[in-house]
Write a protein that binds this ligand. Structure first.
Ligand SMILES: NC(=O)c1ccc[n+]([C@@H]2O[C@H](COP(=O)([O-])OP(=O)(O)OC[C@H]3O[C@@H](n4cnc5c(N)ncnc54)[C@H](O)[C@@H]3O)[C@@H](O)[C@H]2O)c1
Ligand SMILES: [Zn+2]
Length: 385
């Protein structure tokens, strides 16, 4: 098992990564809360629960079964109405200040449950049990929680760190392959910004990492086809990158911005395609290619390193193509939340595992890079279909 500590002014907690963690969950939770047994409330979706409830409940004694609350799957349920309904259910079920929520799902369930924990009775504890690769490498740690408004994504929220995170690698066995690949794009981002060793590992072991999840997306947990060793390495290294960054900069005043590599144009692509055509990680993949083009045009990165980074992103495809006017994409970057006091922070790659933040990237540079990215998309139809 790998254990990585996150240390921020607000909280210190461990992220545990290993296959089979669910089967010993109850004991692990007891160890976190010595003394009185707190009431436990699982927040999950019917789909995830159907796949995994047996493993989840295996370690709980009959008298200590957790109460299960459901959220329907999908980003459209990441909203205040869901939080209110869950809070109401918690209150009716007798949840008190000592109760602990268990966020058992992907980033949507993690963000909603973390926010619910942040505000229920002015704040109770929660534990992250991320079930998607994106949630394991990114959204389950760092303390950002919240919901969407019709006016925009993640506009309401709070910083509220989990008590601990348990990332059971086996859960990834049932992920649809596209979700797995989208999560791997966030791992590539971590490698590009801060971990050249992870980058080389992902370059050299691409087929092993990609084949760890068989094409059909069916549960392969008991099959010999499931080998989680390579994925565990990737998750662990990515978590280490994020843990180091948020430990140094909890609230995104400086260093934490590097986590947004590929996200300025990635968010614009998501908005331009109405959040329907691409998964977040897929939009970030194209956004990263555009960010690499900005870095190349500024001569901040060597052409050979540029090529290795762009090729790795494409290697973990197919990344679905999309249609959008480059000028519109650039215009959409203006509404990016990360733009502060009129200055846009743009993360450049200066080498494999190295970045810098630039505040003077112009719309003209973004337009050129966006066009170059769209050319890459056209030139790689077999890799992006
Ligand atoms: N808080 C943060 O720091 C942070 C960071 C990045 C992203 N996010 C948020 O995360 C959300 C996206 O998260 P996501 O990509 O995990 O999407 P998601 O939670 O919507 O899950 C994707 C899909 O996979 C299914 N699923 C989940 N686990 C499964 C499993 N083990 N087997 C089979 N199917 C499974 C879900 O039912 C869903 O249909 C967005 O709302 C985004 O804003 C938050
Ligand atoms: Zn992201």
């Amino acid at each position: 098992m790998s254990t990585i500590r996150v240390t921020t002014p607000a909280a210190t907690y461990d992220v545990h990564i290993a296959p089979g963690l669910l089967r010993t969950l109850y004991l692990r939770l007891r160890r976190l809360t010595p003394g009185k047994t707190p009431r436990l409330f699982v927040v999950t979706s019917p789909q995830i629960w159907a796949l995994w409830h047996k493993a989840f409940l295996a370690s709980f004694p009959a008298a200590q079964q957790p109460t299960v609350l459901f959220i329907p799957a999908g980003e459209s349920h990441k909203r205040l109405a869901t939080v209110e309904s869950l809070a109401q259910q918690l209150a009716l079920a007798g949840a008190d200040r000592d109760s602990i929520l268990l966020a058992f799902g992907g980033g949507v369930i993690g963000d909603v449950t973390g926010f619910l924990a942040a505000i229920y009775m002015r704040g109770i504890r929660y534990v992250g049990l991320p079930t998607t690769l994106l949630a394991q490498v990114d959204s389950s740690l760092g303390g950002k929680t919240g919901v969407n408004l019709l006016a925009g994504k993640n506009l309401i929220g709070a910083f509220h760190h989990p008590l601990a995170v348990f990332s059971d690698i086996d859960l990834l066995a049932t992920l649809p392959p596209a979700e797995l690949r989208a999560g791997l794009q966030e791992a590539i981002k971590s490698a590009i910004i801060r971990n050249a060793k992870l980058f080389r590992y992902m370059e050299q072991n691409a087929s092993e990492i990609l084949s760890s999840n068989p094409k059909s997306g069916a549960p392969y947990l008991d099959s010999e086809m499931w080998d989680s060793t390579a994925l565990q390495k990737v998750v662990t290294a990515s978590v280490r990158v994020k843990a180091e960054v948020v430990s140094q900069d909890e609230k995104e005043s400086g260093l934490r911005m590097v986590l947004n590599f590929g996200h300025t144009i990635g968010h614009a692509i998501e908005a331009a395609t109405h959040y329907r055509k691409l998964l977040h990680g897929e939009a970030v993949a194209w956004g990263s290619i555009a960010a690499l083009h900005v870095s190349l045009a500024r001569q901040r990165v060597k052409p050979e390193e540029f090529a290795r980074m762009a090729n790795l992103i494409l290697r973990y495809g197919p990344i679905p193509p999309f249609k959008a006017d480059p000028a519109k994409l650039v215009a959409l970057t203006g509404s990016d939340k990360k733009k502060r006091s009129g200055r846009r922070a743009f993360v450049l790659a200066t080498g494999i595992g190295r970045t810098e933040v630039a505040y003077d990237v112009t719309d003209a540079e973004l337009l050129a890079a966006t066009k170059a990215m769209l050319n890459t998309m056209r030139a790689n139809p077999e890799k992006s279909q």
